[in-house]
Design a protein around this ligand. Structure first.
Ligand SMILES: NC(=O)c1ccc[n+]([C@@H]2O[C@H](COP(=O)([O-])OP(=O)(O)OC[C@H]3O[C@@H](n4cnc5c(N)ncnc54)[C@H](OP(=O)(O)O)[C@@H]3O)[C@@H](O)[C@H]2O)c1
Length: 493
């Protein structure tokens, strides 16, 4: 084709597109320098943050503060339920999201506290301290290593360990979403962050003149524009920037789109690779003119393609979804034509993009205690038992109330994990762990490791609806196969 016949190609749109998707870091750096782009348009969208908030109760405690730190490291959105904001700021810093609440006061566990939660981790405890008082060197935190005569200070175990836990799980149950479907993009309530994630990516990158846009109407995302076959072009698309960390959709069957189109055939692409021009996993779907429909895209039916040619690749890595793309293209695959394609204007409205068919995951993790079923159990030799079992009566029936707290979680209808640690220590974690059931083991475990178990419990379907004890061995663990550890457990009836 001679230059004369070619339509005017738009260089500035080409540069705009590549810089939006940060294809050339140097170009972006120069733009930042001269244009002072707002910071949030430079940030990579965070895949973990697409997934709702994890509420941590007892966040100022020994285990709780470590849970918060670990969730933050992994990129979760975290909200801490605390009683004293100032104390919480000194322990947790200024960056974390704090809400004031008290689990013994159900009126404080409001829908605002619970807004947009995906899970709760409960590390609360009645205050147990040495009779002589809690000093830094004799602190209760060393009880796991050295014994001090303990006493309950402040509220009773009945109030905190039973009624408080029951209040918390019942309040959470009203807000927790069903976990077998996960909303990834909710365009009915688009946040500013969400608007910054999507951008147009048309055939301008290959010399074409198609032009599209994504418009957030407040109720839907409207993918619209004009697709042209001039200059050997023929596609328009909108794509997300790369998520970092990636979105983890392992355990789900596929993606569900709720769309209203114009009768044309579109494509959805997923990428597990952050390369700009890498392999995409594609699925073609037909729309019905003017009608809202749900499209299910099973991961197993995604076709690996590179520039519209089918390539041999392993299935998409669902644990590492880096980007999403919606496309209208003249082509299907390997040079075949899209049978419902016509150049000109088009319109596809999208209400939501979800993952469907997920395994059930835990949505309420409770840190309880080994020994909760031992007080009064026939055949127990108290001499051999840890202090909390021996001193259960003097400590206001602490373990008995903890067991009742567990029962309220098991009965709540919410998917849960109940972790019963042996004596807690301040020692360094990353030890090999032993999981057991039946409440018979004795030993100790670092608070670091218990915090890690709490976080891992959110991610494994095998941790859903189980109750188990945990202790550490003396051996360092370079790697823990969490799925295997959780899979060794029996589900509760
Ligand atoms: N110590 C052990 O050897 C041992 C062994 C097995 C299991 N456990 C269990 O492990 C869990 C974690 O222990 P830990 O040492 O991390 O506990 P911790 O340091 O005593 O922390 C307790 C947390 O609960 C909060 N809390 C207490 N009452 C509350 C209420 N009414 N509403 C909201 N928050 C409340 C406290 O907040 P404030 O900062 O406001 O007080 C604090 O953040 C506990 O369930 C404990 O019983 C302990």
């Amino acid at each position: 084709m001679s230059n004369k016949n070619r339509n005017q190609w738009d260089l500035s749109r080409f540069i705009e597109t590549l810089s939006y998707f940060e294809v050339f870091p140097l170009l972006n750096w120069v733009q930042d320098l001269f244009q002072g782009r707002p910071k949030n348009s430079q940030n990579k969208p965070n895949g973990a943050k697409q997934m709702g908030v994890v509420l941590v109760a007892g966040a100022t405690g020994g285990v709780g503060k470590r849970v918060v730190r670990r969730l933050n490291q992994l990129g979760y959105r975290v909200r801490c339920l605390v009683r004293d904001i100032d104390k919480a700021r000194t322990i947790l810093g200024n960056e974390v999201d704090l809400v004031v609440g008290d689990i013994t006061k159900p009126e404080t566990l409001t829908s605002l506290v619970m807004a947009n939660i995906q899970a709760v981790i409960c590390c609360t405890a009645v205050r147990v301290q040495p009779v002589e008082g809690d000093t830094p060197d004799r602190a209760k935190y060393n009880q796991g290593i050295k014994f001090y005569q303990p006493e309950i200070v402040g509220d009773t175990p009945e109030n905190v360990e039973y009624k408080g836990v029951k209040n918390l799980v019942e309040a959470a149950a009203k807000s927790l979403p069903k976990r077998d479907a996960k909303i990834i993009f909710d365009f009915t309530q688009p946040s500013e962050d969400l608007k910054n994630v999507w951008g147009a990516l048309d055939d301008v990158v290959m010399g074409g003149v198609s032009q599209s846009n994504i418009i957030f109407t407040g109720e839907t995302a409207l993918f619209t524009g004009n697709v042209s076959t001039e200059n050997s072009g023929g596609f328009a698309s909108v794509r997300t920037k790369n998520f970092d960390p990636a979105i983890n959709l392992s355990g789900y069957e596929g993606i569900e789109l709720r769309v209203k189109g114009d009768g044309k055939r579109y494509k959805l692409f997923l990428r597990s690779d952050s390369a700009w021009d890498g392999v995409g996993y594609s699925y073609s779907f037909d729309t019905v003119d003017g009608a809202w429909i749900n499209i299910r895209v099973p991961f197993s039916e995604l076709i690996p393609v590179f520039r519209a040619k089918i390539v041999q690749r392993p299935p998409v890595d669902t644990a590492q979804i880096r980007s999403f793309q919606l496309m209208l293209s003249k082509f299907e695959y390997d040079g075949n034509l899209n049978p419902y394609f016509s150049p000109g204007s088009f319109s596809l409205q999208v209400e939501s993009i979800k993952a469907y068919g997920g395994n059930e995951l835990s949505a309420f993790v409770l840190v309880s205690s080994a020994g909760v079923t031992r007080p009064g159990r026939p055949g127990i030799n108290l001499e051999e038992e840890p202090p909390a079992v021996r001193l259960n009566d003097q400590l206001g029936g602490i373990l008995t109330w903890k067991l009742k707290g567990e029962d309220s979680v098991r009965r709540s209808g919410v998917n849960y994990t109940i972790i019963r640690p042996c004596a807690l220590t301040e020692e360094l974690g990353a030890k090999q762990l032993v999981f057991e059931q039946g409440d018979n083991i004795r030993g100790k475990v670092s608070r670091d490791d218990v915090a890690e178990v709490c976080v891992q419990a959110l991610q494994s379907d095998k941790a859903c609806n189980v109750t188990f004890e945990v202790k550490a061995t003396e051996n360092k663990a370079d790697f823990i196969d969490w799925q295997k550890l959780f899979a060794s457990l029996q589900k509760d009836n």
